[in-house]
Design a protein around this ligand. Structure first.
Ligand code: C2O
Length: 590
């Protein structure tokens, strides 16, 4: 495997609807009505019939304002980029574990300005495990966070106000403008990476401002390398402002290796095996999704959309495991294990700093090409408080190159790019048919199926084409797709996906090769009547690139594949499994 890097590389029912309306208008509680996910179908059915006109109105309105949004050609002419919320309308986004609402104080007269991109020195973000002996830096970092915690509780820079921003944008505090049932959600889509990039950018600059240091950076949790795969030591001292008591003690202790496939059960593999598995997961994620950005970054989400299923990219999937691994294992999984509380732990920003670095690395590996040439992505707009105490608006198109935001990453080795044996020992067909017990596998069919932790779902899936030529593979990537994924509780859910070559319509006892995972992090909120409520959750889908995996497995000439879904935690129903060919957007390969 070789790598060429350019010089810039651095490395409810109607009752529920009514209830929502009432509580929104009058801020009153309607006892006895809870709006759980099970009722969402009715809501979206009712909403479905009027969706087009709503979108059309919105589009007209946007055009009328002089902005030509969503100009990308094709069938999505009604679409538009996600716009910031109306800050005067922040709804009960209260995590059950929090004693306060996560809505920010609102003065009624916030002025929004254009962000003045900084012209300050280029800041270099460093790995957390390598700054632990840099006392001067650590003192600054701690002092900055201490000052942030000491700000008045209603100051937008206050540590907990900063943390609440994350709760607002994941726990449905805001609805998209001109809608009353489409929340703004910054996870499960192509918004995930850019939104979090800006969130960190402003957070980092505010910390720097508090200590009057325009070179200050937050460190990155370098979990993609062996020495960085333990919980970063700098966050462990109970007397430090960087400390958070709400973590899993088994994992923050010295020497515990992060498990990037963590699902609330301890991995019993040896340390070196776990490290290898982590590196393999990262390698596969890059390799399998390099030819199509949505596989890595998540699917499009556009203004006003209700029907479109949410799809994480695989980087977000990897990132979820660290959240789960750090947070408490029980109850509300505080702080890191639930979106509504995650950013209350300083390590959140350190973790996301590496997620951001992974995006930058992906981009470099693809020759810095723009991931989505789509104005609905590029013009999606967010609001943040900057380091000059201004409320500013920023667009995705302005954050694609970290240099414009005046930061970069210290170059460190990328061990997952090297040669690692990530395939399980492959059994030969003859061995399989003579020595292994084989079972018959059927197709998925049309009925949704509940996953069962003790009985993995195995289905046989036809491939659209076998033995494709190199050129065909460069033009289209083979993608394993799982649709209509419903997580039926508020809690975290995870399943892993394996693929194997069948023997006729028989499958061996082995699941085959790991292809990727679906993870949905807990993001529960408190309902108006004090009960736990799930937000207006959409169904999810999963897309995994499998072209390179099938090459590695030597499965090019298989007509069909056995796909195994292994439920690791939570309660999940899936609606279908298929393999399709999707147009690629890059010929980059590792
Ligand atoms: Cu907004 Cu790590 O999640």
């Amino acid at each position: 495997m070789s790598l060429l890097l350019n010089s810039s590389f651095t490395g409810a029912s109607s009752a529920c609807l009514l209830h929502r309306e009432r509580s929104r208008r009058r801020r009153l509680q309607v006892p006895g009505v809870t709006c759980r996910q099970g009722s969402n179908d009715d809501r979206s059915d009712a909403a479905r019939q009027k969706q087009s006109p709503v979108l059309l109105d919105r589009r007209d309105m946007l055009l009328g304002l002089g902005g030509l949004y969503g100009v990308a050609a094709g069938p999505k002419v009604l679409a538009a980029p996600i716009m910031p919320p109306d800050l005067s309308k922040c709804y009960d986004a209260t995590a059950p574990a929090l004693d306060n609402h996560c809505c920010p104080p609102y003065s009624g007269s916030e002025t929004i300005s254009e962000y003045g991109f900084p012209a300050t020195p280029l800041r270099v973000r460093r790995p957390a495990h390598l700054v632990k002996d840099d006392q001067e830096y650590l003192d600054k970092y701690k002092e900055a966070v201490r000052r942030m915690k000491n700000l008045p509780a209603d100051h937008p820079w206050n540590y907990y106000q900063q943390a609440n921003i994350h709760c607002q944008y994941c726990d449905y505090a805001y609805y998209q403008q001109n809608t009353d049932d489409v929340p703004i959600q910054v996870h499960f889509s192509w918004i995930f990476l850019p939104w979090h990039r800006y969130y960190l950018h402003f957070y980092e600059r505010i910390l720097g401002k508090l200590i009057d240091d325009d070179t200050f950076t937050i460190p990155f949790w370098n979990w993609d390398t062996k020495d960085g795969m333990t919980f970063p030591a700098i966050f462990k001292d109970p007397s430090s402002p960087l400390y958070d008591p709400k973590r899993d003690p088994r994992h923050v202790k010295d020497g515990a290796i992060l498990d990037l496939k963590y699902a609330y059960t301890e991995n019993t593999a040896s340390d070196s095996e776990l490290i290898r598995e982590n590196l393999c997961f990262i390698q596969k994620t890059f390799k399998h999704s390099l030819s199509l950005a949505e596989l890595f970054m998540g699917d499009p989400v556009r203004a006003g959309e209700k029907e479109n299923q949410e799809a994480n990219g695989q980087l977000e999937v990897i990132h979820n495991a660290a959240h789960m691994w750090v947070g408490e294992p029980d109850g509300y999984k505080e702080n890191m294990g639930d979106f509504s509380t995650a950013a209350r732990d300083s390590v959140f920003f350190c973790h996301h700093c590496n997620v951001d670095r992974m995006w930058d690395t992906y981009r470099n590996l693809r020759g810095n090409q723009i991931e989505f040439q789509d104005n609905d992505w590029l013009d999606s707009t967010f609001l943040f408080h900057d380091e000059n105490e201004q409320l500013v608006k920023v667009k995705i198109r302005d954050c694609l190159n970290p240099t414009k935001l005046r930061y970069t990453f210290e170059q460190v080795p990328l061990p997952w790019l090297g040669k690692i044996n990530c395939l399980k020992t492959s059994e030969t067909k003859s061995k399989a048919t003579t020595e292994l017990s084989l079972t018959r596998v059927g197709e998925f069919g049309t009925t949704p199926q509940a996953l069962d932790a003790s009985n993995p779902l195995r289905v046989i899936v036809a491939r659209p084409k076998k033995n494709r030529k190199k050129k065909e593979k460069q033009e289209k990537v083979e993608v394993l797709q799982i649709k209509d994924i419903k997580v039926t509780t508020n809690d975290t859910a995870r399943f892993d996906i394996y693929v194997a070559v069948p023997y006729g319509d028989l499958a061996g006892p082995d699941y085959g090769e790991f292809a990727g995972s679906y993870v949905r992090l807990a993001h529960r909120k408190k309902g108006s009547a004090g009960t736990e409520e799930q937000g207006p959750t959409k169904k999810g889908k999963l897309k995994l690139g499998i072209t390179p995996l099938l090459e590695d497995m030597d499965a090019e000439d298989a007509d069909k594949l056995v796909v195994t879904l292994v439920l690791r935690t939570g309660s999940v129903t899936v609606g279908g499994v298929s393999i399709n060919l999707l147009q690629t957007d890059s010929t980059a390969a590792i």
